[in-house]
Design a protein around this ligand. Structure first.
Ligand code: AP5
Length: 222
């Protein structure tokens, strides 16, 4: 096996996957692979695939396995990295099987799957207060993580702060249902493989980051 660190962040919409993935990138030099970000990029580039997925995403439904597995395959084949953080992927059992096969083909494996547990009421709060920097992707929240200077990104100074089209109550309901129906079976799937660790995603951002760091350290040294 090559010495790499591959981590899956698993959790419902708004659990804090993107927030923590960005910290792991900064602290450990890993590469974040967010299928949500890849699909949003495809949308904004107006590509054929972007047009196909836009409506599905706005409704809060899952994009087809074929499309997202294709996106991940391409990134894995073209990116040199000491390891990957999979954020929002896999989301179905078919995606999980495909990821396992892709990594095995590269002589790698998933080191740890971190399940971020957050209750539904908190998710509604988080999603409705979220905004992100359109330039560097930093994630903020109206009350729990506002920018230091109103309207200006702390990280890159951009004033292009945006809210997502799918961050509304109707779409969130569908996203949660999709999570419970199609993604939550992955908790048992990875538990059975001995790779699952769970943490309390309701704790504040620093506390979650600290616990996540301990889990990753333990997985890497195992
Ligand atoms: P995607 O972009 O992956 O969205 P998601 O899974 O719904 O997750 P979010 O990005 O909403 O939340 P997050 O967990 O990253 O939370 P964040 O850190 O931002 O997917 C979007 C769509 O793309 C899907 O609906 C689907 O259509 C499609 N798609 C993507 N991947 C797919 C796949 N594999 N298969 C099929 N379709 C796919 O935090 C949320 C807010 O909370 C922020 O404001 C943040 O500041 C705040 N916050 C974070 N942590 C804390 C904390 N500890 N305490 C207080 N506030 C916090």
């Amino acid at each position: 096996m090559t010495m790499t660190t591959n981590i899956i962040l698993l959790g419902p919409p708004g659990a804090g996957k993107g927030t923590q993935a960005r910290r792991l990138v900064e602290e450990r030099g890993l590469v974040q692979l967010s299928t949500g970000d890849m699909l949003r990029e495809a949308r904004s580039s107006n590509s054929e695939m972007g047009k196909v997925v836009a409506d599905v995403m706005d409704k809060g439904q899952l994009v087809t396995d074929e499309i997202v597995i294709g996106l991940i395959r391409e990134k894995l084949e073209t990116t040199e990295a000491p390891g990957f953080i999979f954020d929002g992927f896999p989301r179905t059992l078919a995606q999980a099987d495909a990821l396992g096969d892709l990594l095995t083909g590269m002589g790698q494996q998933i080191d740890v799957v971190i399940e971020m547990q957050v209750d539904d009421a908190a998710l509604v709060d988080r999603i409705s207060g979220r905004f992100t920097c359109g330039n560097c992707g930093e994630v903020y929240h109206d009350t729990t993580r506002p920018t230091e200077k109103p309207g200006v990104c702390d990280v890159c100074g951009s004033t292009d702060l945006k809210r997502r089209a799918d961050d509304n109550a109707e779409s969130l309901k569908t996203r949660l249902l999709e999570y419970y129906k199609k993604t939550s079976p992955l908790i048992g799937y990875y538990y059975a493989q001995g790779r699952l660790q769970s943490l309390n995603g309701l704790a504040d951002i620093e506390e979650v980051a600290g616990r996540m760091g301990q889990i990753v350290d333990a997985a890497v040294s195992a």
